[in-house]
Design a protein around this ligand. Structure first.
Ligand code: TXA
Ligand code: MG
Length: 322
């Protein structure tokens, strides 16, 4: 079975992890958003293995994780506005799409042969320590099979990939603080566009950089984030949103204090109606309810404000059937 290690402050553990990464191996990496499947972004074979492990289509590029803005300059053209965004949000749950420098040695599989690269500096002490010690960017998609629920605990990775020889080990960094993937902001084209909503809202980005195009509008036009339109984050049983009643056999994912009547299993994303708490519980509870003993998961309405926009984005994709 795949080993889970808690590196703590043990130098030995960190050198072991770095040695594995240097040797082209893949690890389960904790971040503040969700766990990633991380490997050397400059190693073609490693990146190919990440895609294979996730069963991810090759046209859907990966995010590169860095520890310092200066290292991003090595690989990408950095617009001046990024300095301000970095001061406000990094380390943190913001991914930006930048034009790639032709001199970059990052494997072209990582960015799916596009001329842009997705980059972020994660806000997790263990992730930062690993990246810093490794000294190269880490390509890391969320550590779930393509289309399924993202992992917020080491056990979720174990359930999906445990025993798979391509995964060297899982680094335990505890439960993910935010529980939803980073906001993805495209800065590589004429107008900034949010490609994926997350904890960092459009409003908080606009305070720093002025008008941003709405991802919802953009989605109907051309697809810039190749991974964004499909069914995604989906449990193996059906999920339906804005439930006002519960069908026999369904489990209920509730929100707030006025829970609708149910005679079966009920989990509450946030009994007090706190959206941040709901976000951090979303994938963990979906993992818990994703069981064939239920005919489906009914989810109560989540307010479309703040991080609720990101929660509803994930739920909508999870509710899309094959
Ligand atoms: O919070 C996160 O971002 C997590 C943690 C592990 O960092 N990672 C994550 O990666 O969510 P992933 O691979 O599950 O999602 C990356 C998203 C996809 O929708 C992908 O299409 C988009 O970013 N993306 C990556 N590179 C891109 C590029 N060059 N242009 C447009 N979209 C890109
Ligand atoms: Mg993902």
């Amino acid at each position: 079975m795949t080993e889970i290690i808690k590196p703590g402050s043990s130098l030995e553990n960190f050198s072991r992890i770095v040695k594995l990464l240097t040797g082209g191996k893949i690890i389960g990496l904790p971040t503040e958003t969700v766990y990633g499947l991380a490997g050397d972004a400059t190693n073609e074979q490693t990146v190919a293995t990440i895609f294979a492990l996730k069963n991810r289509p090759g046209f859907n590029p990966l995010i590169c994780h860095f520890a310092h803005l200066q290292d991003i300059h090595t690989h990408c053209f950095v617009p001046p506005i990024l300095e301000d965004l970095a001061r406000a949000f990094w380390p943190g749950p913001l991914t930006v799409i930048l034009k790639l420098k032709p001199s970059s040695n990052i494997s072209s599989l990582t960015f799916a042969g596009l001329d842009t690269l997705a980059v972020r500096i994660p806000d997790h002490p263990i992730a930062l320590e690993i990246i810093e010690r490794f000294g190269r960017p880490l390509a890391a998609p969320s550590a779930n099979p393509s289309e399924s629920i993202s992992p917020t605990l080491p056990e979720h990775i174990l359930k999906a990939f445990g025993g798979n020889p391509s995964l060297a080990l899982i680094v335990d960094g505890g439960p993910c603080k935010i529980g939803l993937e980073s906001t993805v902001l495209d800065l590589a084209h004429d107008k900034p566009v949010i490609l994926r909503p997350g904890e960092i809202s459009k409003e908080s980005l606009e305070k720093i950089m002025g008008d941003i195009e709405d991802f919802a509008v953009t989605q109907n036009k051309n697809i810039r984030a190749p991974g964004m339109l499909k069914r995604h984050y989906a449990p193996t049983i059906p999920l339906r949103m804005n439930a006002v009643s519960v069908q026999p056999g369904e489990a209920l994912l509730a929100f707030g204090e006025n829970v609708i009547e149910s005679h079966g299993t009920v989990l509450n994303l946030s009994p007090s109606g706190n959206l941040m708490e709901a976000a951090s519980n979303l994938f963990t509870m979906l993992h818990q309810l994703d069981h064939p003993q239920y005919t489906g998961i009914a989810v109560m309405t989540i307010p479309q404000q703040g991080i609720g926009v990101a929660i509803n984005d994930r739920l909508k994709r999870a509710a899309t059937s094959l």
